[in-house]
Design a protein around this ligand. Sequence first.
Ligand code: ATP
Ligand code: LTN
Length: 411
Amino acid sequence: MPFFSHFCRQLQNKVAAAPKENRFPALDKRKVRVIMIKNENTAKRRSYAAFAEIFHFVFVENHLFSQKPLYFELFKETFPMIGDMKTVLSGVQPSGNLTIGNYLGAIRNFTAFPDEYKRFYCVVDLHAITVRQVPAELRRRPYETLALYMACGLDETKNTLFVQSHVPAHAELGWILDCYTMFGELSRMTQFKDKSSKHSENVNAGLFTYPTLMASDILLYQTDVVPVGIDQKQHLELARNIAERFNQVYGDTFTVPDGYISKDTMKIMSLAEPTAKMSKSDPNPNAVVYILDSKDDIIRKFKKAVTDSEAEVRFSEDKPGVSNLITIYRAFTGKSVEEVEAEFRGCGYGDFKLAVGEACADGLAPVRDEFARLMADKAHLEAVMKAGADEAAYYARKTMSKVRRKIGFVN
Ligand code: ATP
Ligand code: LTN
């Protein structure tokens, strides 16, 4: 079988040449990678099967499963026509308790990507310190955020879940990208303008270069798709521009990422001020529904939500409070705007608000229960963090060595 033995030799050489720490990355035993093999002829399929046996892959129907990322990577390099798995990455700051805006605009969408995607979800603690944080809280929140990711349905054996500061390459690439980003570009970022007016006592350089660190998170993993809320669109466009600029100077280095923004829930509004985004760092707790709020609190907050004086449940730009409640109700019930309007025709806002509160509380109840279960096992969360960071670091190293070589750093 010359086709196979040729690849086999190539692979064995690569395994032998790989740095020792890459050979057997510390991985959760249950962690399994999948490669899908489509429409291949019988000879090639036989080769893959033989390959699978030697390299401890499991070959079932159209799929190759491996527990060793290195072998998985080698396979993709050796059979490039197969290794076209797309990569997804996103992150949430551990800057407060997570809100239904974070849930509906971002985290729930993270779970929408099937196994054919390579998925990285990080807790971006380096970003969080652009605003002053209390150390004890910053120490606790990554566990909570990770547990929430898992409670919302991200299976740690299929997604790479990690903490940004555990992979130093984020900061390293962040610095490099700073040198390929213009002062004028960063000055135009609306989040910078917003946050510097909210924290006028602490307009630090990190707040200004926040978007290049975010570009680094994304580009480090050669990300194809970034699920985020609409407020991150401008940052994402900047990441694309930085990638394109770098690629133009040095040749193809970074994948240029696309956003994934769900139309209906891209911007959940504050309950107190429905023309402003619901934000976890909002000091008014009645403006924000947290994922972990109790049912009573959720219902109470929706009862107090600002609406208008019309008493008509109708989705319209000039009714931001009611429209926001319709959006939230739809997100938890799966109903269309027309269905919601019909359901509450002739009702007062009181009934409507109660129904929204109940739908939201009931929708979040399983997440709350699962969160409590996960938080009770801190050792498991630590193991997930560690395995996630090891795996992320493996991919980050690959991009970093490419970047360093292209720029001309001495290795
Ligand atoms: P902060 O208040 O600390 O700035 P935040 O609540 O805006 O935080 P981030 O950690 O910055 O949350 O955002 C995490 C993800 O959640 C991002 O993808 C962001 O677009 C999304 N997101 C945040 N708030 C909302 C919202 N109100 N509606 C939809 N998506 C949101
Ligand atoms: N800036 C984002 C959080 C974030 C992020 C990322 C999102 C940091 N790095 C990479 C997607 C991809 C925010 O929501 N404020």
